[in-house]
Design a protein. Structure first.
Length: 313
C-alpha cells in the first residue's frame, strides 16, 4: 500500500478532490431542494387566503350567503288633518314632483264637505329608491305645518318567489321556442310543419302572458304607491257659536228686511211686466160677471112688488 501511494501520489490527490467535490455538490443540491420546497409552500398558502377573500367578497356583494335578491312591493296610506286642504294638496304635489321627477299623480279627488271646504284624496307612484325620503316627509309634514297626523298604514309584500319563478318559466319557454324554430327550419313533411307551428304559437302566447306579468312585477317593485288623504280641521268645519250681541241682531234684522224688500220689488216688477196679459184677462172676467148680474136682475121678478089675489065676480 505505501508503495502504491508512493508511486501514484497524484492519483490519490485527484480521488480526494473528486470525493470532496461530490460531497459539496450533494450538500448544495439538498439545500436548494429544501429552499425550493419552502418557496413553493408559501405561494400555495397565499393562494388559499386569496381564494377565501374572493369568496367572502362575492358572498357579501350578492346580498347574503344564498346570493338571493329580494323583490318587495310597498304601499303607504297616510291621512292627515290640515286647515286648508286645497293649498296643502298643491304643496305636496309640487314637492313630490320636484323630489321624484319620474313620479306620477293619479286619482286626485275633491269632495266638498262645507263652504269652500273639501276632503282631498291623492295617489302617487314614486320610485322605490326615493320612497323612504318621501315617507319621512309625509309623516313629519302635519307637525311642521300646524296639522295633525291621523293615521299611517304601511304594507310590504315579498314577491321574490313569484319573480324568480316567472323568470325561470320565461327562460324555459324561450329555450323551447328556439328548439321549435330549429325543428321547423329542418322539417319537410307538411304534417310536421303544421304540428310544430301550432306548438310554436302556443309557446309564443305563453311567453307574452309571462312577459306581461313580469313587466307588472317590475313596475310594482320599482315604483311604490302612496295614497294621501287630507281632511279640514274640525275647528274650521264646525266653528264655535258666536256670542249674542245687539249689533249682530240689528245686522241680521236689517239683512232680513232688505231681503224682503228685494223679494217684494221683484214681485212688483214681475206683475208690471205681465200686466200686458193680466189686465185684459181681468177686464174680460169683469165684463162677464157684470153681464150675468144684469141678466139675472132682468128675468127675476121683483120680490118687493105686492101681489093681489084674483077678483071674485
Amino acid at each position: 500500500m505505501p508503495h502504491i501511494i508512493k508511486n501514484h501520489p497524484w492519483s490519490i490527490l485527484f480521488l480526494c478532490m473528486l470525493l470532496l467535490l461530490t460531497l459539496f455538490v450533494a450538500a448544495c443540491g439538498g439545500a436548494s431542494s429544501n429552499s425550493g420546497t419552502a418557496a413553493e409552500s408559501i405561494p400555495a398558502s397565499s393562494n388559499v387566503h386569496s381564494s377565501a377573500a374572493n369568496q367572502q367578497k362575492s358572498a357579501s356583494s350578492s346580498g347574503g350567503p344564498g346570493g338571493s335578491q329580494q323583490y318587495l312591493v310597498k304601499t303607504l296610506n297616510i291621512s292627515m288633518e290640515v286647515k286648508v286642504t286645497q293649498r296643502v294638496a298643491n304643496d305636496l304635489q309640487a314637492w313630490i314632483s320636484a323630489t321624484d321627477p319620474l313620479s306620477t299623480a293619479e286619482n286626485i279627488n275633491y269632495e266638498q264637505v262645507g263652504d269652500n271646504l273639501y276632503n282631498v284624496t291623492m295617489t302617487f307612484s314614486v320610485q322605490a329608491s326615493l320612497y323612504p325620503r318621501i315617507e319621512n316627509y309625509l309623516n313629519t309634514y302635519p307637525i311642521q305645518h300646524h296639522g295633525r297626523l291621523l293615521s299611517a298604514n304601511k304594507t310590504t309584500q315579498d314577491v321574490s318567489g313569484d319573480y324568480v319563478d316567472t323568470q325561470s318559466r320565461l327562460k324555459n319557454l324561450r329555450a323551447e321556442q328556439d328548439r321549435l324554430l330549429t325543428l321547423l327550419s329542418h322539417a319537410t313533411a307538411l304534417g310536421d310543419i303544421l304540428s310544430i307551428d301550432q306548438r310554436l304559437t302556443d309557446i309564443e302566447g305563453q311567453i307574452e302572458q309571462i312577459e306581461a306579468h313580469l313587466n307588472q312585477l317590475n313596475g310594482q317593485t320599482s315604483f311604490y304607491n302612496i295614497t294621501v288623504s287630507l281632511q279640514p280641521s274640525q275647528a274650521v268645519v264646525n266653528p264655535p257659536p258666536a256670542a249674542w250681541s245687539i249689533a249682530q241682531v240689528w245686522q241680521s234684522a236689517l239683512s232680513a228686511a232688505i231681503a224682503f224688500a228685494v223679494v217684494l220689488v221683484t214681485v212688483l216688477i214681475w206683475l208690471a211686466v205681465f200686466s200686458v196679459y193680466l189686465i185684459p184677462v181681468a177686464l174680460v172676467v169683469w165684463f162677464v160677471r157684470r153681464w150675468r148680474h144684469i141678466r139675472v136682475q132682468r128675468f127675476t121678478p121683483d120680490a118687493a112688488s105686492p101681489t093681489f089675489p084674483p077678483s071674485v065676480p
